[in-house]
Design a protein around this ligand. Sequence first.
Ligand SMILES: NC(=O)C1=CN([C@@H]2O[C@H](COP(=O)(O)OP(=O)(O)OC[C@H]3O[C@@H](n4cnc5c(N)ncnc54)[C@H](OP(=O)(O)O)[C@@H]3O)[C@@H](O)[C@H]2O)C=CC1
Ligand SMILES: CC(=O)N[C@@H](CCC(=O)OP(=O)(O)O)C(=O)O
Length: 343
Amino acid sequence: MISAGIVGGTGYTGVELLRLLAAHPSVALSAITSRGQAGTPVADVFPNLRGVVDLAYTEPTQGTLGDCDVVFFATPNGTAMEMAPALIEQGVRVIDLGADFRLRDLDEWAHWYGMPHTCAALAAEAVYGLPECHREAIRAARLVANPGCYPTAVQLGLIPLLEAGAVDTQSLIADAKSGASGAGRQPRQHTLLCEAGENFHAYGASGHRHLPEIRQGLNDAAGKPVGLVFVPHLVPMIRGIHATLYARLLDPTIDLQGLYEQRYANEPFVDVMPPGTHPETRSVRGSNMVRIAVHRPEGSDYALILAVEDNLVKGAAGQAVQNMNLMFDLPETMGLESIGLLP
Ligand SMILES: NC(=O)C1=CN([C@@H]2O[C@H](COP(=O)(O)OP(=O)(O)OC[C@H]3O[C@@H](n4cnc5c(N)ncnc54)[C@H](OP(=O)(O)O)[C@@H]3O)[C@@H](O)[C@H]2O)C=CC1
Ligand SMILES: CC(=O)N[C@@H](CCC(=O)OP(=O)(O)O)C(=O)O
């Protein structure tokens, strides 16, 4: 059994990790931290875990985490880079659900995250945890930077076009919508029911911190710098991301459906839907699947890609478990078989 610890077990991605890991056949949970709830049984805070998680929260100390085989950081940005070096030194493998190790350019990281990066050596070593692109490197990694929620949907949606050299790399547009759980469990005015319900708006339109992360992955796929406009929106639902992606085709006669079906033929968590379909966020709610549909709108030379995911599963905790499975030579889909919750 793999002994797993979670730092930040009271947030939305932390409790989603708990749900997945508690049911994982090869994992024993051994430390779950919260500074605010230390000493409280986990199942007292989250009754869905009664009878399946019998641990209490502890303080996030080296002592409680150092004996684990793997530690997940489900914490705000800046926490993992403080704590991960000592754990890795002790032989613990680390998966960071935050953004501390996602960007290769640390000046860019400091610009977007508003603090200096304090762990350049590990940032250079970290593997970006998008299995569909970096599977072999993830297997060997000591430290995995789990991708952001928007970056997962947008990259998986656009990468086949860029790898194939099928589009004008300066024409990329990602129009993405997220449910409110993407903002985390800390109370904030804009995610109150009376603010987010019956309401719909864009945010971060002139610059969002996921832009450099998405651009880094798309540059790699294209083999050159891409031009990308990324606009996130908040929609009145709890879970789910819907990304509507546009790219101008160089050859409008290309077989787009065939391109996507071939690229993702062996991917257990990418479902390319039949032509003419429109994926729904509820079809992936609670599941680790990204569902993609490919269109070429009548009379246009644009490819239009629709991609949906659950931001807490493939966009965070599920992808982290997928990465753990790879790191510990387990079947990649183990513990991730759940089907989308409908309705
Ligand atoms: N929500 C989402 O859809 C996604 C989130 N992410 C990223 O995952 C990370 C976690 O997100 P989310 O679960 O939404 O966040 P939340 O705000 O819901 O939870 C944060 C958790 O971290 C703990 N924590 C906060 N500060 C510290 C600290 N200094 N040291 C140790 N623990 C700390 C908190 O518990 P306590 O304060 O009691 O210790 C809490 O359990 C973030 O980096 C987020 O950007 C990534 C993809 C998707
Ligand atoms: C709806 C909403 O507020 N979403 C969040 C995405 C948070 C997230 O996933 O953060 P990281 O991937 O960078 O860790 C936001 O736009 O800030």
